[in-house]
Design a protein around this ligand. Structure first.
Ligand SMILES: *[C@@H]1O[C@H](CO)[C@@H](O)[C@H](O)[C@H]1NC(C)=O
Ligand SMILES: *[C@@H]1O[C@H](CO)[C@@H](O)[C@H](O)[C@H]1NC(C)=O
Ligand SMILES: *[C@@H]1O[C@H](CO)[C@@H](O)[C@H](O)[C@H]1NC(C)=O
Ligand SMILES: *[C@@H]1O[C@H](CO)[C@@H](O)[C@H](O)[C@H]1NC(C)=O
Ligand SMILES: *[C@@H]1O[C@H](CO)[C@@H](O)[C@H](O)[C@H]1NC(C)=O
Ligand SMILES: *[C@@H]1O[C@H](CO)[C@@H](O)[C@H](O)[C@H]1NC(C)=O
Length: 431
């Protein structure tokens, strides 16, 4: 991972409480995102604590909150535990309270009578109990055209997170200390950052497909200024799933992941036959529907959807230089076996999404559909995998599907904005 651009700013000063409330309305705060070469995880670097230090975190778009390892080297004079029964504890949805087993002196991660929450690592699929705490965070400020102004802006108040132990870091990229949960709930970073910095409750994310350039997460109104262009943005409603889709949660918790309404899948304009029940979210069980995730590298489809999709996909390819697939892929083409010089013509795959009024198409670009496994350069593989017969969520759009796309999540209007034209996009506007 490289951040040539940001290093320049490490020396610069930190603004504190003097946030002009009004002026921020048109600015945004920025977190840089890097793709880790080894794990493929999307890593952000956030500043936290007093004195302030950078903390690397894996980005979890559907995560409920920020959590990190407090056992190793957490030193901060602005650390506060969230007491049981306090207002933030209640609003966090916590149903747990630590009793009286913490040693003297108390330390970050172990204070008596503290609100508990359940951090979850969706990559290792593990969870634990963690002390709920708050501390100051700082993000980069940007100017009107979205370039970094060189200021780290510190939050006037604490931002809540859950303290876990280092066992929870298993399978996360080297140097990462926790996960940045961007879920839609009260404790999700977007809502907390909006409250702390007086920003509108919206954020945009653009993940870079390579490990050299930066991607970004922009909180507030940044998208308009940073990506001012003539491109037409489309919107699709964010759908409620009343049942948590996290791996561990308190009874009654709703899902805070981002669900959108896929109505149809088209392959070269032809509708893939799918049991429409699978595309809807079952309000009792939370099963079904389509979500977006940054913790899976490739999208998945429930088995029957996958089979039907793969069938239509293969039908649309005249010549099929099918190769022995390499894991985790299930359908690969050997590009060196092509008889023609025109190459393999990959069909256009589009998702028909619920629109504000009419349906709207999301045309997947070639890069968002096909993956080239690094190990064997001659192969091109379908970037969707079989999600299994009893998959909780029928369709998951993973990292590959959203890379180099600017997605805007508006938590007030409950909609997601995206650009229809897949040709005009680059995320690394920092460099
Ligand atoms: C927590 O409570 C226990 C039991 O009352 C007590 O022995 C311990 O010293 C307390 N720890 C702290 C950090 O106050
Ligand atoms: C952004 O604005 C600053 C001044 O506000 C200007 O110096 C810079 O060149 C602009 N950058 C771009 C990419 O337009
Ligand atoms: C955090 O990420 C940055 C940017 O990629 C990297 O330079 C730094 O070494 C990382 N820190 C740790 C502790 O791994
Ligand atoms: C939701 O799932 C339950 C349990 O599987 C099932 O009984 C019910 O019919 C489903 N509801 C809908 C609307 O499909
Ligand atoms: C692709 O085809 C070429 C030529 O037939 C062959 O040499 C190569 O091993 C194949 N690659 C894979 C990964 O199957
Ligand atoms: C929806 O579709 C109808 C028929 O194609 C069209 O007349 C109407 O303008 C569309 N509405 C919007 C908001 O795009």
């Amino acid at each position: 991972m490289k951040i040539p651009q940001l290093r320049l700013f490490f020396l610069l000063f930190i603004c504190s409480n003097s946030i002009a409330k009004k002026s921020l309305k048109r600015y945004s705060l920025l977190l840089p995102v890097f793709k880790d070469e080894i794990t493929g995880q999307y890593i952000t670097q956030m500043y936290q604590r007093t004195p302030i230090v950078p903390v690397n975190l894996t980005v979890d778009l559907g995560g409920r909150f920020l959590w990190m390892d407090c056992d190793n080297g957490y030193i901060s004079s602005s650390y506060k535990h969230v007491p049981c029964g306090s207002r933030p504890c209640k609003l966090s949805g916590s149903q747990g309270c630590y009793g009286a087993s913490c040693p003297v002196p108390p330390r970050p991660g172990c204070n008596n009578h503290t609100c508990a929450h359940i951090p979850y690592n969706p990559i290792y699929r593990t969870s634990t109990d963690g002390e709920l705490a708050e501390d100051v965070i700082a993000l980069w400020s940007t100017n009107y055209n979205g370039s970094i102004m060189g200021h780290l802006l510190a939050s006037p108040s604490g931002v809540m997170f859950s303290c876990s132990d280092d066992l929870m870091l298993h399978k996360l990229a080297y140097g990462v200390k926790g996960m940045a949960g961007l879920g839609s709930g009260y404790t999700g970073l977007p809502s907390q950052i909006a409250r702390a910095f007086y920003l509108p409750r919206k954020f945009a994310i653009c993940l870079s497909a390579d490990t050299i350039s930066n991607g970004v997460i922009l909180f507030g109104e940044g998208r308009q200024s940073a990506y001012a262009s003539n491109e037409v943005q489309s919107y699709t409603p964010l759908l409620k799933n009343p049942v948590s889709t996290a791996g561990a949660y308190y009874p009654g918790e709703p899902s805070v992941e981002y669900f959108i309404g896929v109505e149809k899948i088209l392959v070269n304009g032809k509708i893939v036959p799918i049991d429409s029940k699978l595309l809807a979210i079952n309000k009792t069980t939370g099963v079904g529907g389509t979500k977006i995730s940054t913790v899976v590298p490739y999208g998945t489809m429930e088995t029957s959807i996958y089979k039907a999709f793969k069938h239509e996909f293969l039908k649309a390819i005249d010549e099929d230089p099918i190769a022995e697939p390499i894991r985790p892929f299930e359908l690969c083409f050997n590009m060196s076996n092509l008889g023609t010089s025109t190459g393999l013509i990959i069909p256009q795959v589009s998702l028909v999404l619920q629109g504000d009024r009419n349906n709207t198409n999301w045309d997947l670009s070639m890069d968002n559909l096909m993956a080239s496994p690094v190990a064997s350069s001659g192969l091109l593989c379908l970037g969707f995998l079989d999600g299994g017969e009893n998959s909780q969520t029928s369709i998951v759009l993973g990292g590959l599907q959203i890379e180099e796309n600017l997605l805007e999540f508006d938590l007030v209007k409950k909609r997601m904005g995206f650009y229809k034209n897949p040709m005009l996009k680059r995320c690394n506007f920092l460099s």
